[in-house]
Design a protein around this ligand. Sequence first.
Ligand SMILES: [Zn+2]
Length: 153
Amino acid sequence: MILTPHILVGAAIAAKTANPYLGILFAFLSHYLLDAIPHADYPIEDLSEEKVNLKAVKEFLFAITDVTIGLVMVYILASSHPLLVWMLLTGFIAAVPDAIGVVGGYIIPRPLLKVINLGHKLHFDNKTKKAPLVIGVGSQLAVSILAITAILT
Ligand SMILES: [Zn+2]
């Protein structure tokens, strides 16, 4: 999934989990579960192959924008919530597996990266199973709406 729904779900988990440390763990694990749902992703091919070119820079900026949108949404939705700081943290943690999986390739040795990336074995196979756009976008919208509802209630 793109990063905004991951971040919203991470924040919702903090809002609904009594123990913030468990919230961090659940937020991290939620990433892999959400990625198992059929969804569409924007391309990050050059970035995930650790290329150093303009396309990789564009893909990186796209991902940074995505993270920023997610975190700003959490900030706006939960600005008066007593757990706001935790929600921003767990939101960020929920996006971390992709950050490690993608940008980590530039700095983390491949074998170690493979171990960290094990959870992504659950990932919906966008290459062979390509979800129709309605489902690919709809699943992420549905997840985001559920997460926003959980944050607000
Ligand atoms: Zn992912």
